[in-house]
Design a protein around this ligand. Structure first.
Ligand code: DQQ
Length: 476
């Protein structure tokens, strides 16, 4: 395990580290800063044999605002060491009101970050080398001052950059007012001078969607990521509060989507893949909270990074599995009576004739709290019923679900990661839903088979206690 300093200070609001350490809702093996707010993963990159993760960070407390880039480094994508904040807004600069989301690429023996400055939204770059702790913002920022002239866009941010031959390409999150989200494509020879090409792809807003909030209505696509996957190309976007993908062919610098799907149907957003991991495509996402802004401030921390998720293409199916490195977090192997707040669970369930089949998690001895994760055959959904997940009325207890169908005779294969308030669910390597739950009872730790409208059978059950990743995290 990497040890070391945790230079991100505790919240100026004064939530003592000891309170955060004792907080049962705080994840123990997911990456999050020592204190305060975090959101989107930014610029994840494998560089000089280390995995670097940057993320949207507010040093002023556990609420969104004043965006900086936090920074952590890892040798294995699961054990992290915090490093000093990588980037802060520059007074009078293009990013004076926030260093928003972006990416990083290798160029000229160093690393170049490409990100959004705001008010107005424009694209900026910064360079670094070595341990990526010192960043030099390009004096010519912004490198793209605004959208193409005359284009009425719903937003203009979150660059993703890659190279084709000698040419750099940039996909930028955007959207056309009243029409729908879009990704704008730019090209450059040197990462500094960019020319607009055309939309990589344009989406369509749902019929009758209100354009009040462009992101909620689908008028604006945030955080695009675009890359080859198998013999296709995959575009990832965040919009309408979920992370979606478009899979298809890529010709003449246009994406021709063939299928669409969900990357995650839960409390998960702004996903982005890691650069320079060769054949491996590792995806990261921001695990959002499910409790009030006041509760987050009082806790002194908000948000967490998902576990690394490896993407592959199997036929026409996007396969999503936890990266193999996650198994390094496994501690004691547990038996059929497995219980705990920090567990990995693998279960195979034959739904038989049951209408709903799955698992009960975080069950209280008196059943006053429990969360159901199940396949609903009729509704063709994978569901997380949080209605009894917490006796705390402030916790989000809404149902979460996404489209999911088992083939004939196919068992439900669940891989679930419980970590305090985080529940990361992988089903049959092709469906993900990350939920947040805040059980009030310290003894709400039970696990059991769940079925309704028939009897389901558990054909395999394995569980492990998961080890906390960084004792250093709370000692700033
Ligand atoms: N978060 C960033 C933006 C991005 C949004 C600001 C997505 O760059 O569009 O914190 O969560």
């Amino acid at each position: 395990m990497l040890a070391g300093a945790a230079p991100l200070a505790a919240a100026p609001g004064g939530v003592p580290p000891s309170k955060m350490a004792a907080d049962p809702h705080r994840p123990q093996y997911h990456l999050l800063p020592a204190a305060n707010w975090m959101n989107d993963p930014n610029a994840p990159i494998y560089w000089q044999e280390k995995y670097h993760m940057f993320y949207q960070y507010n040093p002023n407390g556990a609420f969104w605002g004043d965006m900086h880039w936090g920074h952590a480094v890892s040798e294995d994508m699961v054990h992290w060491k915090h490093l000093p904040m990588a980037m802060a807004p520059t007074p009078g600069g293009a990013d004076k009101d926030g260093v928003f989301s972006g990416c990083a690429v290798m160029d000229k023996g160093g690393v170049t970050a490409v990100y959004t400055g705001v008010n107005p939204e424009s694209q900026c770059i910064a360079t670094s080398s070595g341990d990526l702790t010192a960043w030099n913002k390009f004096p010519g920022n912004p490198v793209i001052a605004g959208p193409p002239q005359g284009m009425d866009v719903a937003g203009f941010r979150d660059p993703a950059v890659w190279k084709e031959g000698d040419i750099w390409l940039m996909a930028l999150g955007s959207g056309f007012r009243g029409k729908g989200g879009a990704v704008l494509l730019y090209e450059s020879k040197d990462l500094r001078r960019w020319s607009y090409l055309h939309p990589l792809v344009i989406g369509r807003m749902k019929e009758g969607a209100s354009a009040k909030d462009p992101v909620d209505s689908g008028e604006m696509w945030e955080c695009p990521d675009f890359f080859p996957l198998g013999n296709k190309h995959l575009l990832i976007i965040s919009t309408e509060r979920v992370v979606k993908y478009l899979l298809g062919g890529y010709a003449d610098r246009h994406l021709q989507p063939e299928t669409m799907g969900g990357i995650d149907f839960g409390s998960y957003y702004a996903a982005r893949t890691m650069t320079n991991t060769g054949e491996r495509r590792i995806l990261w996402g921001w695990i959002t909270e499910g409790r009030s802004v006041e509760a987050q401030r009082a806790a002194g921390w908000s948000g967490a990074m998902s576990l690394p998720r490896e993407l592959k293409l199997l036929g026409a199916q996007v396969q999503m599995r936890p990266a193999a490195e996650v198994e390094k977090l496994r501690g004691k192997r547990l038996g059929a009576d497995a219980a705990g707040a920090c567990l990995e669970i693998q279960a195979e369930i034959d739904p038989g004739e049951a209408m709903q089949a799955g698992l009960k998690l975080r069950v209280a001895p008196d059943r006053s709290e429990q969360t159901l994760v199940y396949y609903d055959r009729q509704a063709r959904l994978l569901c997380v019923d949080r209605s009894q997940s917490s006796t705390d009325a402030g916790a989000d207890r809404a149902m979460q679900s996404g489209p999911f169908v088992l083939g004939r005779g196919e068992p439900l294969r669940l891989r679930i990661f419980l970590d305090g308030s985080v529940v990361e669910i992988f089903a049959n390597d092709r469906f993900c839903l990350t939920a947040r739950i805040y059980p009030a009872g310290a003894r709400s730790t039970g696990v059991a088979l769940y079925s309704s409208g028939g009897t389901a059978k558990m054909t395999l059950f394995e569980a492990w206690e998961m080890r906390p990743i960084s004792a250093d995290r709370l000692t700033s």
